[in-house]
Design a protein around this ligand. Structure first.
Ligand code: ING
Length: 309
């Protein structure tokens, strides 16, 4: 028995600071149409896909920050995405900045081919810093502008498989992947905005593309899940963002890869049953994991293990 699905990563090139949401949405609808024409039933868009990556600037007043957020989903600006989903019969994953009452999150949703929101995720691992650090060529103020996600890492039954989500920096943390692996995730959708330059470790600039794929390929293999990673890429308001959008098999192999740093759709045929080759063998959790020895992984005083060694 097989459970095939054709899927797409829709990489976005730069979004200018003054580019209206409607413009970014129009670009994404065009990519949904392109993906649909190539048989895709799901399209994954990047993190914070509606606007430029605004955490690169320090904003002192909350109204200036809130201008980058969505108070409702869908809204008049984003409705064309939901309309296209229904018109084309295609699901999509979208990253955006969410206002929920007094709370603000870096959020992603999975929307079905009927336009219904099937799942929501709020980013847990928020990188960067809190205070204005003008020494940086560009800042990274996610810790200031977003609260830590409070929805866990949900995995839902959708499109014939078990689908989870994470966002950008989450992919670098093995706990992210294992929490979804423990829920039998068969596909993880994620978007990212990753600068080529890392001010605190410029020697790693040459490794950003490698670390991007290393993180996603390891997550895929060690949990027997497909991964679709979609970048916001290119030179965006003076900040070069990596591309490398990819579709990755449970074996860890890259089966589709973007080759530009602009708007680009990459498509692959997956089969959710392939996950079993990994999860019923080398990573059969019930057979091989030793969770009774892993307590330090969730000990809030995580440093204690260093003293014990
Ligand atoms: N961006 C980056 C990411 O995790 C970063 C931040 C870059 C962290 C390079 C470490 C190294 O891909 C977001 N938005 O999390």
């Amino acid at each position: 028995m097989s459970r095939p699905l054709t899927v797409a990563a829709a990489q976005l090139g730069p979004i200018a600071k003054d580019e209206p949401r409607a413009s970014a949405v129009a670009r994404m609808v065009a990519m949904m149409e392109k993906a649909s024409a190539r048989g895709a039933a799901l399209v994954v868009f990047p993190e914070l896909a509606l606007t430029t990556f605004f955490p690169r600037w320090f904003m002192a007043d909350q109204p200036s920050v809130d201008a980058w957020f969505e108070a409702e989903m869908p809204s008049a600006d984003t409705a064309p995405l939901f309309d296209a989903a229904r018109r084309l019969g295609i699901a999509f994953h979208l990253g955006y900045a969410e206002i929920d009452g007094p709370h603000r999150y870096n959020t992603a949703i999975l929307v079905g081919p009927d336009g219904a929101i099937l799942s929501k995720y709020r980013k847990v691992h928020l990188p960067g810093h809190w205070d204005d650090e003008p020494w940086r060529p560009f800042q990274h103020l996610e810790k200031r502008y977003f609260e830590r996600g409070n929805l866990g890492f949900p995995v839902v039954d959708a499109l014939g498989g078990r689908i989870g989500m994470c966002i950008c920096n989450d992919r670098r943390w093995p706990e992210t992947w294992r929490l979804m692996g423990l829920q039998d995730a068969e596909l993880v959708c994620l978007g990212y905005n990753t600068p080529q330059h890392y001010p605190n470790a410029p020697g790693h600039d040459r490794l950003q593309d490698f670390h991007n794929h290393l993180s996603m390929q390891a997550g895929a293999y060690q949990n027997g899940t497909y991964v679709i990673g979609a970048a916001k890429a290119g030179l965006e308001e003076g900040c070069e963002l990596i591309g490398g959008s990819a579709i990755i098999a449970p074996t860890g192999e890259i089966i589709a890869l973007a080759t530009t740093r602009g708007d680009e759709v990459v498509v692959a045929d997956i089969d959710f049953d392939t996950c079993r080759e990994i999860r019923k063998n080398i990573f059969d959790f019930a057979q091989h994991r030793q969770p009774d020895l892993y307590g330090a992984l969730v000990d809030p005083a995580g440093g204690a293990i260093r003293k014990a060694v």
